[in-house]
Design a protein around this ligand. Structure first.
Ligand SMILES: *Cc1c(COP(=O)(O)O)cnc(C)c1O
Length: 496
């Protein structure tokens, strides 16, 4: 069954999967959505004995229907290989009654690697399939983790260049060091004097700038996006929820068909949307628990049905979730309108002009599977400390937001279903916040001293990604104003 992709804002736009991946965003500013969410065509019992790569294939083949089996398998095998430090790719760790799905075993130790290790392969394959001769320029805004994962994925990939914008004062020291030391002649990293939402808006404006697109095309370039709005990132993320369910079954933690809950620390809404797709493909997931930090725009949305970005932007210890405009929520909004692009476009227009929209009671009813929760900074630190003291297991700040929300949910609901918590980053990526949560005395130490202390405390090997940046040279030092972003891109590409 061939799946095509239309825009969340215009039902008349219809493209193939490979075209949607190439474009990233639809011309009208909408996001590409599949014509239907296909049902898995293998039994979960069969999935239980499959490797990560095999499960990924079962998911990808249903969504990316214009890729051949050989193309998909090649992409999968190039992505999920020894770049990951475990053959399981996404191991499940049981701690204090929950299952932590560790999504941080890839090259840059955050869950973004799960999708960004395969996206360059999906994209270059798509370019070949569609006879694209332009060089593809990946333009990305990052709240910290996407940037490095995209840089690692695209560095030295033939036929591509990549430009990453990050908020100069909005990422962790380790995150920044990871990005500004990136090698590869086709890479460019720029700090902006603004926050993530401004970076994301700046990037979206460049995508929608037709004069810029023409200038690019005249010089043999075209833009594409590695942001989580690209369907080529969303689809590979579905695979690990299917895999997690299969592994729970394989390890006799659940019986076939038993419902589980999933908790996801959420920013741009990509990761939890993938869980929603997994559920709609037939994986027995009951509640989708959306965990926010103090930027709790999504918590308020699930509580009231009103999305309101007009509020103060808070810098927290979970910077990859410091987001007020959750781009991928647009796909969910589209689905709960009953796939009504016109209605969705109206709401998104309101968001653009006033910063607020309100969904109808009918739409709100369709959100019954979602539970919103949030953790304050103090709760998040307590969660890290308590879990460590109870079990010895150390989680990062983002995962701790989810873990804290999960604890309060269980208290309030008495829901005893087995629960998978998406563990989205290695604690080594947010060493200072993690160690400070365990004991304030660590604050006096340097960043890499903290790395060594964390290693002793948690008894977990220091990831290669951290070893690599200890002494790496800074190769990118450009910082610009938000309105200078287009110029930074032109300079890098040598355009006038
Ligand atoms: C990106 C990120 C998130 C948020 O994921 P979304 O898909 O944007 O909701 C959470 N935690 C970490 C560590 C991240 O890098």
């Amino acid at each position: 069954m061939a799946i095509y992709y239309s825009s969340t804002r215009n039902a008349d736009i219809k493209v193939s999967a490979s075209q949607a991946i190439l474009k990233g965003l639809a011309d009208d500013g909408g996001l590409f959505v599949p014509s239907e969410i296909p049902a898995l065509d293998v039994d979960v019992k069969e999935l239980a004995s499959m490797s990560y790569q095999e499960v990924a294939y079962e998911v990808l083949k249903l969504f990316l229907t214009d890729y051949t089996e050989e193309e998909l398998k090649q992409c999968i095998n190039h992505a999920y290989d020894s770049k990951f430090d475990t053959e399981e790719i996404a191991p499940l760790v049981q701690a204090d009654g929950a299952y932590y799905l560790e999504l941080f075993h890839g090259a840059t130790i955050a869950f973004k690697d799960m999708a960004l290790s395969i996206l360059p392969h999906l994209l270059t394959t798509a370019a070949k399939k569609n006879n694209v001769t332009n060089e593809i320029v990946i333009l990305t805004a990052t709240s910290g983790d996407t940037g490095k994962a995209a840089l690692a994925g695209f560095a030295d990939v033939e036929g591509t260049r990549i430009v990453v914008f990050y908020p100069k004062n909005g990422v962790s020291p380790i995150q920044e060091k990871q990005m500004v030391t990136q090698k590869g002649a086709n890479t460019c990293v720029v700090g902006i004097k603004g926050n993530f939402d401004q970076a994301q808006t700046g990037v979206k404006q460049m995508f929608n700038d037709t004069a810029f697109a023409k200038l690019m095309n005249d010089n043999g370039f075209q833009f594409s996006s590695a942001n989580s709005i690209n369907i080529g990132r969303l689809v590979p993320q579905i695979a690990y929820y299917v895999y997690a369910y299969a592994k729970l079954l394989d390890n006799d933690q659940i019986s076939a068909g038993e419902q589980i809950n999933v908790v996801v620390p959420t920013g741009n809404f990509g990761n939890i949307l993938a869980a929603y797709y997994a559920k709609n493909m037939g994986i027995p997931i009951d509640k989708l628990i959306c965990a926010s930090n103090e930027n709790k725009v999504l918590y308020d949305f699930f509580a009231t049905g009103t999305y309101d970005k007009n509020r103060e932007f808070v810098l927290t210890s979970s910077p990859s979730m410091d987001i007020l405009i959750s781009s991928n929520l647009e796909r969910l909004i589209y689905h709960i309108t009953g796939n009504d692009a016109k209605k969705n476009a109206e709401l998104m227009n309101e968001l653009n002009t006033t910063g607020v929209y309100k969904i109808t009671p009918d739409m709100k009813e369709k959100l019954a599977d979602f539970v919103g929760g949030y953790s304050s900074e103090a709760d998040t630190a307590d969660t890290i400390k308590n879990l460590y003291e109870k079990t010895g297991y150390i989680i990062d700040t983002h995962t701790a937001v989810a873990s804290g929300v999960y604890r309060s949910y269980v208290k309030q609901s008495d829901d005893t279903k087995k629960t998978v918590i998406a563990s989205t980053a290695s604690p080594y990526k947010f060493t200072r916040s993690v160690m400070n949560a365990i004991d304030k005395k660590y604050d006096a130490m340097g960043d890499f001293e903290l790395v060594d202390e964390l290693c002793k405390l948690g008894n977990v090997e220091i990831p290669q990604a951290i070893e690599d940046i200890r002494s790496a040279k800074i190769l990118h030092d450009r910082v610009c104003e938000v309105n200078e972003m287009p110029q930074a891109v032109k300079d890098f590409l040598g355009l006038k």
